[in-house]
Write a protein that binds this ligand. Structure first.
Ligand code: DHB
Ligand code: FE
Length: 298
């Protein structure tokens, strides 16, 4: 149970951010719980190669020592860093922090060996086991879901251009306020999430709404670093996708929107030019766009 002080502080935050805003503590805890339930979490560290651990740990610590030396880091700064690292852990914010500031570098290394549709970061807000739909599909949404309707169509092929039967698009996105179901209060479970099976030629049509830009929660330690450093906490609006098919390597990617805010200054540095959609207005207030995916052999 929260102490009185915590409850008062939480109430102050609630009025500050409004009842539908997720707090950093909520998002952090949910993202941590979500990661703990994954196979990647369970298998992490099962194989430890001493030489590899030695090389990586030595290089990482060496880089830290170099920063301290080059920037003449002081004792008060070292203690502030220690406190901040403790706060990130206690706030459950490591998945948020690492997916924003570190995952893109890991993804760029993985991408060196990949062909097919360009990938980008997974982020902390994927949830498995969402509703299974068949093309043409409409993502689950509230009756009054705000946002410009978007018809998203395309085809999944292999690297020779041949249609891939049995392709599945696992899609998730923020709503028109930039919030994800499962990680923000007041949004029904499974909202704007779905697992869509394409037709026998890999073709799909998914009806949804255009998401809004996403803001890293600003009221926790990750937000404190962002504001202390004078950075902005925004990611451009995006759709998340896992595109898979039997015998193919699953593509983990995101699609962005031409002309959208923060495309050139994504806090997570996960935008790639190949991943920017440019939907056209249909004329009835809705928009449509086509994007084809290419899956390499597994
Ligand atoms: C984070 C959130 C996202 O929606 C995303 O795509 C990547 C990272 C984050 O807060 O860590
Ligand atoms: Fe996201």
């Amino acid at each position: 149970m929260p102490t009185t002080d915590e409850a008062v502080a939480q109430a102050a935050l609630d009025t500050q951010t409004g009842p539908t805003s997720p707090t950093a503590a909520d998002s952090g805890a949910s993202a941590s719980a979500s990661f703990r339930s994954t196979e990647q979490y369970s298998s992490a560290g099962l194989t430890t190669d001493t030489a590899r651990v030695d090389a990586l740990a030595r290089a990482l610590l060496g880089a830290v020592h170099q920063v301290i030396s080059d920037h003449e880091v002081t004792y008060p700064e070292f203690q502030a860093a220690k406190k901040w690292l403790m706060d990130v852990g206690e706030g459950g914010e490591w998945p948020l922090f690492l997916d924003v500031f570190v995952e893109h570098a890991v993804e760029e290394v993985a991408a060196r060996k990949q062909t097919g549709t360009v990938g980008t970061i997974l982020g902390p807000y994927y949830l498995p086991g969402q509703v299974q739909l068949t093309t043409p599909a409409t993502l689950p949404a509230r009756p009054d879901e705000a946002g410009t309707p978007l018809a998203f169509r395309g085809q999944v092929t292999d690297t020779t251009g041949a249609p891939v039967p049995g392709a599945v698009l696992d899609i998730w996105q923020a709503d028109e306020q930039g919030y994800y179901s499962g990680f923000a209060p007041d949004i029904p479970a499974g909202n704007l999430r779905g697992v869509v099976t394409a037709d026998v030629e890999g073709r799909f049509e998914i009806r949804t709404i255009q998401p809004a830009p996403y803001q890293v929660p600003t009221d926790g330690p990750t937000g404190a670093l962002i504001s202390a450093a004078g950075w902005h906490p925004w990611r451009p609006a995006h759709l998340h996708l896992l595109v898979s098919a039997p015998g193919r390597r699953t593509v983990t990617t995101q699609l962005y929107f031409a002309g959208g805010e923060y495309l050139d200054s994504d806090v997570a540095e996960a935008v790639k030019p190949e991943l920017v959609l440019d939907p056209t207005d249909v004329g009835d207030g809705s928009r449509e766009v086509t994007y084809d995916f290419v899956l390499e052999d597994a």
